[in-house]
Design a protein around this ligand. Structure first.
Ligand SMILES: [Zn+2]
Length: 54
């Protein structure tokens, strides 16, 4: 814990063909479309609570 700044990031998964988005709240999501990923990150509370995995 080094602060309350909200940090989100998107990186390629080790496989290399998918993106892994990490929200500042710790939620993660994989996808193929960067725009969609940012959308999800900035929508922060929305969409995090689905039971969808992978
Ligand atoms: Zn979040």
């Amino acid at each position: 814990m080094s602060g309350t700044r909200e940090v989100v990031r998107i990186a390629w998964t080790p496989g290399g063909d998918r993106l892994l988005g990490t929200c500042h709240c710790g939620a993660e999501r994989t996808g193929e479309d960067p725009a969609e990923m940012w959308d999800w990150l900035f929508a922060h509370p929305s969409g995090h609570r689905t039971k969808e995995e992978r």
